[in-house]
Design a protein around this ligand. Structure first.
Ligand SMILES: NC(=O)c1ccc[n+]([C@@H]2O[C@H](COP(=O)([O-])OP(=O)(O)OC[C@H]3O[C@@H](n4cnc5c(N)ncnc54)[C@H](O)[C@@H]3O)[C@@H](O)[C@H]2O)c1
Length: 344
């Protein structure tokens, strides 16, 4: 049995990745059609991929054949469209960041629950084969007791480059941390359990636009491990921009070029020899790559069919947003902020 999907928001990520790489090739999935506030975008997308163009969002949501919707609208519109979809009884895979604030995420979770539909967050990097392998190795004790982590997810973003709304806080809710950084926070949570305390610097160092260009976090996880995250728009693209290192009492895992849209990258494992007294050689761990966008659609569709919660839940999107909210507060107040962990 295939799950019938609709897409709301016929823009870059829908046309560039999710429709061609996930919805169309995946076997247990049918993409029925698309809707957008920009009718031209919906019509062109529908024609390009040979699916239906709906006259408006309500028309798509009123189609009884559609069971689930993917919502890649800009962040400011995500809560409203998600809650509308839930009220029409559709399961929702919402792009990241889940919304603009933790409070909006909480509302979305409540409305999805009330309407008995699943809410998933589009953190497709959880399906990256290397991240999955790292998690498996950590859980199997390969690095001993996890002690610390370092994540870098950086790119050069100058004014006038790329999507202008990425630099508009009214549309995105924040800067690099809200945008790219939400993925990085989620992968850190995946590795070591959720972040509990946050210290942040959030500044304009290189560029002078409406959001910060440099956001740096010092965090403590619920298991006591420490971490730091560099989420920067102000450094050249070629300078080691995607890195994830997890340090433990008995070894280190290091992933290069895995934070991003592509399934590749390299994973190294370095075991501590003689309690770390003797230097060991990093070993490359071979991993078979998979398309992360396709995996998220496959897994979400399976969850709908089985009735089990999709593994990357709305609650995970909420936790990441609460970390971002805490970082904003920390940067403004110059102190450590505990992350809100109240249940919704
Ligand atoms: N997971 C990833 O790898 C990844 C990559 C790129 C973008 N994204 C996320 O996807 C979202 C969309 O990004 P994009 O680059 O595709 O943006 P985009 O601007 O190219 O497309 C967004 C589309 O949404 C439409 N839209 C706006 N408000 C709407 C509403 N209320 N109802 C219906 N349609 C509406 C716009 O007209 C536009 O066509 C963002 O949140 C972004 O962070 C995720």
């Amino acid at each position: 049995m295939a799950v019938n999907w609709g897409v709301i928001g016929a823009g870059g990520i829908a046309n560039g990745r999710m429709i061609p790489e996930a919805f169309l090739p995946e076997e247990n999935v049918n993409l029925l059609g698309v809707a957008d506030v920009n009718q031209k975008a919906a019509d062109e997308t529908a024609e390009r991929w040979d699916v239906k163009s709906y006259d408006n969002v309500e028309a798509l949501l009123s189609d009884p054949d559609i069971e689930a919707v993917y919502i890649p609208v800009p962040p400011f519109a995500r809560a409203e469209v998600t809650m509308m979809a839930a009220r029409f009884g559709k399961h929702v895979l919402a792009e990241k960041p889940l919304a603009m604030t933790g409070a909006e995420c909480e509302q979305m979770i409540k409305v999805c629950r009330e309407n008995n539909v699943q809410l998933g967050t589009g953190f497709m990097m959880r399906h990256h084969s290397i991240h999955m392998k790292m998690k498996e190795l950590i859980d199997a004790g390969a690095i001993g007791k996890p002690a610390g982590l370092h994540a870098r997810y950086c790119l050069w973003v100058a004014e006038g480059k790329g999507k202008s709304w990425n630099l508009d806080p009214e549309i995105v809710g924040g800067g690099p941390l809200q945008n790219q950084g939400s993925h990085a926070i989620d992968i850190c949570n995946m590795m070591l359990g959720n972040i509990r305390d946050v210290n942040a610097f959030s500044d304009n160092v290189t560029h002078n636009y409406g959001v910060p260009d440099m956001e740096t976090l010092l965090v403590r996880f619920e298991n006591g491990a420490h971490g730091n995250l560099d989420i920067w728009y102000g450094v050249p693209n070629w300078y080691g921009r995607r890195l994830l290192e997890v340090f433990g009492s008995e070894g280190i895992l290091r992933a290069e070029e895995t934070l991003g849209q592509l399934p590749g990258g390299t994973l190294y494992y370095q075991k501590a020899v003689d309690g770390g007294q003797t230097e060991s050689v990093p070993e490359e761990i071979p991993v078979t790559p998979q398309n992360t966008y396709r995996a998220q659609v496959r897994e979400f569709s399976k969850a709908i069919e089985s009735g089990e919660q999709y593994s990357v839940s709305g609650e995970q999107g909420l936790h990441v947003q609460r970390v971002i909210d805490a970082a904003t507060q920390s940067s403004a107040q110059g102190r450590t902020i505990p992350v809100d962990i109240a249940e919704v």
